[in-house]
Design a protein around this ligand. Structure first.
Ligand code: TPP
Ligand code: MG
Length: 286
């Protein structure tokens, strides 16, 4: 099996700031893939644009660094071409809940068998600190000098409403629990989303490691069971002095590709297409 840790290649330099929650997320992702014995050669990590979206450069799987807000449709294309691959998307809150919101909702409702991991630092990090869709009301940032006046986007609530089959939240300050959640999300058949509280130490001076440490509590330490959508919604709305982390909801359902009879015996990339004239199709298009 290939070594997942690929940061030591000559010329490969990590661009994340010292202390950024992204480092723990990368470690947790590698740990999770090892935990479930996932073959790196059958794994693709796709992304959009942002600090978080640079992750595929530093893990020894296949990777595709896409364009802003388009990590999910890109991953969906990869999965459609070869559904035998394990597809993971790592992207930011701005990228996915801002520029890519439409893709988020449709990936959820289609139950495409992929895992989306959001580096939710509640800020546009790479562009140096503008408010993002998940910035809390009142957040002072470069784009909201008098405080954000909008309600924040609730990624877990949207996921539940759009019929997601695995909905979770992790905290980058708890690597062990985060790796366990990632492992379960990646092993899940269907669309899994893990929104991760990932402190940005350079541009978000509100939602710091200390801020989260005071507030987060583990659902697994309570009597909570992740099998009731209404209870999961109640927990998704708990964003005050105490904020739950863990698995909010999961259920088994056929995935998008399971419902396509054309893909039953082999993935698209293994189909014989000798009888299809690409030339004719190209002529029709141009
Ligand atoms: C179409 C488009 N619009 C805007 C940008 C500029 N841009 C690059 S990264 C980024 C924000 C990324 O924020 P987020 O997704 O939260 O990731 P983070 O850097 O915080 O990890 C923006 C607006 C772009 N590259 N492409
Ligand atoms: Mg961000």
């Amino acid at each position: 099996m290939v070594d997942l840790h690929d940061l030591n290649r000559p010329g490969v330099k990590c661009t994340w700031c010292p202390g950024c929650g992204d480092h723990a997320m990368l470690s947790a992702l590698k740990k999770a893939l090892v935990m479930i014995k996932q073959d790196p050669e059958k794994t693709v990590v796709a992304s959009g644009v942002g600090c978080s979206s640079n992750l595929p450069h530093w893990i020894n799987t296949y990777g595709f660094h896409g364009v802003h807000g388009r990590g999910l449709p890109l991953a969906y294309g990869i999965k459609s071409a070869n559904h035998e691959l394990k597809v993971i998307i790592t992207a930011g809150d701005g990228d996915t809940y801002g520029e890519g919101t439409g893709h988020y909702i449709h990936a959820l409702r289609r139950n495409v068998d992929m895992t989306f991991i959001c580096h939710d630092n509640q800020i546009y990090g790479l562009t140096q600190g503008q408010a993002s869709p998940t910035s809390l009301k009142g957040t002072i940032s470069k784009s909201t000098p008098y405080g954000a006046i909008e309600e924040p986007f609730n990624p877990l609530m949207h996921a539940l409403i759009a019929d997601a089959t695995f909905v979770a939240r992790a905290y980058a300050g708890n690597l062990v629990q985060m790796a366990e959640i990632f492992a379960q999300a990646i092993a899940h058949k269907g669309f899994s989303i893990v929104d991760v509280f990932q402190p940005c130490v350079s541009f978000n001076k509100v939602n710091t490691f200390d801020w989260f440490k005071e507030r987060v509590y583990k659902l697994e330490d309570t009597k909570y069971k992740p099998n009731n959508k209404f209870k999961a919604m109640e927990k998704a709305l708990e964003l005050g002095d105490k904020i739950p982390i863990g698995i909010f909801y999961k259920e088994e359902k056929p995935s998008y590709h399971d419902k396509l009879p054309q893909l039953k015996n082999s993935p698209l990339v293994k189909k014989k297409i000798d009888n299809v004239s690409i030339k004719k199709v190209m002529e029709e298009l141009f």
